[in-house]
Design a protein. Sequence first.
Length: 432
Amino acid sequence: MATWCNWAGEQRCAPHSIERPGSEDQLAQVIADAAASGLRVRAAGSGHSFTDIACTDGVMVSLDKMNRVLDADPESGVVRLQAGATLRELGPQLGAQGLALENQGDVDPQTISGAISTATHGTGARFMNISSQVRGLRLVTADGPVALDAASDPDGLLAARVGLGALGVISEVTLQCVPSFTIHRVDEPRPLDEVLRDLERLVDENDHFEFFAFPYTDRALTLTSRRTDEPPEPGGKLGHWIEDRLLYNHVFGAMNRMGRLRPSTIPAFNRLVARMMSRSEHRDLSYRVYAHERNVRFTEMEYAIPAAAVAVAVERVMDLVARRDLAVGFPLEVRFAAPDDAFLSTAEGRETGYIAVHVFRGMEFESYFRGVEAIMNEYGGRPHWGKRHYQTAATLQPLYRGWDRFQEARRRLDPGGVFANEYTDRVLGPVG
């Protein structure tokens, strides 16, 4: 029997089979055969979601053999690619054409289809999430392939841009890219109260701004980025190894393993990490600066709330950790995004701030995550679709203006519920 687990190692399932088609025709045949046999179908990207969104006891589809850029027009910036291409693969391929994604998240193993389907985002108050860059896509349903774009099926496209895999399996994506550019990023530790006081200015004055707030300390690490026409100047390999591999992965991982054995040491470790932080600068091509290497395994919750509520919400989460003496060795990660119009986008219709909380793999997380979720609920928080939360269709429906239009597109594209699973049953409800 085939088995599958996600990147964090905490979501596991035993599909009836795992299929790896090499073309859209093969994908369509896999889906048709599954539907004829009464089996449900789920697409699994890179497994970087922390929920059971990909899990199934039916047919699991991996698109790792469908990962090519099919066409790229440097003049218009329009790029057509297969849905299994990862962001990590895509960066240098676009760069060779003088192009880049307008914005990107801070990890890059995700497939492009998985990233858009869960509303994955980067940071920057003037930039929308990755799904907003989609100009069209091909979706393979139980009845065969369907082309979706704004002219032929506007509601279908607005639903499928953040579709949770519930409409069909994406086989091909057409993206609007931008000319390749350089980012100059400054990483700098600052007092947390200063960051929160000046947060609106920091977000508005920089192309990309995010920060990490360390529980049990009064410090934050800020990442301030601006786009520039200056040539890339990649840092030395030794410096990169010390910062990214040794400090942020090996040393941090060792501290968390110790914290898992002795939770009482976590506050002291957090204060030590805060003292170890130092100022650094990076100037390189965008895709090399956006992404950070993440080798320390964890589980995560992230909520999207109105940007204006972020400062007070961060203060409340930090107070929650200290007041309950929670074993939290990871910092809060805070980012921002512009509004967009996909029906189930976490930033739909509002200026958005994201607060992400993490717990080291193998440690108790529910008490922390439920406490954070209770705070985010007070601000109309929308959970990241690929990260842990405790919401249901009943609690999620009021948060999205396009909820009913999404459900209508779902009924039309997947009337038999072929692409449902326990996750979609829970967060979207049954088809119809």
